[in-house]
Write a protein that binds this ligand. Sequence first.
Ligand code: GDP
Ligand code: MG
Length: 604
Amino acid sequence: MDQSHIRNFCIIAHIDHGKSTLADRLLEMTSTIPKREMQQQVLDRMDLERERGITIKAKAVRMGSHTPNGDEYELNLVDTPGHVDFTYEVSRSLAAVEGAILVVDATQGIQAQTIANVYLALDNHLTVIPVINKIDMPAADPEQTAQELVDTLGFDRNSIIMVSARDGTNVEKVLQAVIERVPPPHGNPEASLRALIFDSKYDPYKGVIAFVRLVDGQVSTTQPLKLMSTGRTAEVLEIGVFTPDMLPVEQLRAGEIGYIATGLKNVTECQVGDTITLSASPASQSLPGYRPAKPMVFAGLYPVDTNDYLPLREALDKLKLNDASLLYEPESSAALGFGFRCGFLGLLHMDIVRERIEREYGLAMIITAPSVAFEVVRTDGTLKTVASPAQLPPPNEIAEIREPIMAITLLVPSRYLGSIMDLASEYSGEYKRMEYLNRAEDHQSSRVLLEYNVPLNAILADFYDQLKSRSQGYASLDYTFIGYRPARLVKLEILVNGQPVDALSSIVRSENAYQEGRALVQRLRQLIPRQLFEVAIQAAVGGRIIARETVAAMRKNVLAKCYGGDITRKRKLLEQQAEGKKRMKAVGRVEIPQEAFMAVLKRE
Ligand code: GDP
Ligand code: MG
């Protein structure tokens, strides 16, 4: 298709504002998916996505559309993941299109992700079409929402379209606006091939399938390819478009969106953001914005059953084929035995990986408390990245520790402003900016945009839970990584019966160490069940004990009932006792349940 008749766009929205529902309506309206095959959230294909109502993987779909005067258009919708963990993937999806439909729920107004997404779209020079959704709902206030879009994000009131994605009201106006307002792509079809990879997945038969936007040139199945960041070459096994099923085509040209099956064995060789060119006549410059996947959150993953070590490794190997941002390396811990230290993009990513391993591979695991990666400057001037408390050099070798800082955006009703600002400062937040979204007559119901810089570690702890509870669910949060900053941090160790338990140690702000150490041993005392003997739980910093609690010995034990030497009866009782302890791990002779490990980073 001629580029002037192509429109590439995506839909951006805060979660639950109606992105998937609007996409469903657009696919119906353009007859892309036959009515009988239509189901809700048709683009979210993974079970996990449908269950949780979130989009995890980007995908694309080609739609056809006719205008009233008979012109035919090719409309490519790229669906983006909807969570901050995947901000980089989202930014590459946005780089693959020229326009974005911004969906805002008329009952909720602008939320934190609305703002973050608009900034991302503007960074990528996209034309943004503001759409207010759910106007059918009695609680909808489309005029107020429109005013927020005008005042806070600077949209022209006349450019805003009011729709009900559920009922289909005005959805055709959205389609029309995509054709009229989104500029056509303007790559050079005669130049050397440059295709932007905005997602990829592994297929056992076709190798890695790159989801691409052709910026310049064209591609057919005959010429070998080259990946510009690594210099790696690949064959073209198949090219095609998404309907949304994969449909092979002969050729893709500048401006189009589709896929290239590369035969590569691992998505790490074909990363999101990289540029594909032809190996015989490569482009001289790659497309801007490439960045290798970088995990931000680390945790230890251990099989509950030590026999599951190899199956766990196989599961990780398989997941990694499809997930360049998942990192793992073998680790062993005195407490937990053999396992892996894994790196994730964020907590949601971690949760997804854990759930997939449990579901798809049937393996039970213990995950240690998540932690960030710190940068440690040693006294000899060298820099070390520390992804677990166990990797921290001894205190006398540390000149400086730096921690990752996130810029966060919060939207809160002003009646919660005080308690949310308290929360931010409790979590070492650095105040940046505040803006009232609307000045309601009754000051209490206006909403405020707040910006802070907050350590990622705070977000991994229970910042988000606290935010939700202190705002009764009315606050929304979005964040992006801005860099590493020096902080006064120490290693807080936990000893169980005198034995340090690596998996329970953490890196904390030195001024909080005493308080956190105390809170932690108190919590552990409640979480560690009574044993046949007394258990001492201690917190230590730099070898100095700062807190101690004791779990008293059990008064009775199950074996007490067995007098005489009936060994089979004893064994039976012990087996019964072992049940329900699947998620327990032994330190020395002490059984520690999974909750104890998860409790480490949480605060009261
Ligand atoms: P997403 O998270 O942005 O993809 O949001 P969804 O499309 O999954 O929508 C979230 C919820 O809002 C679902 O329960 C939808 O049925 C509902 N919803 C979406 N659009 C409308 C609408 O126009 N009117 C009403 N009443 N509900 C809607
Ligand atoms: Mg959705």
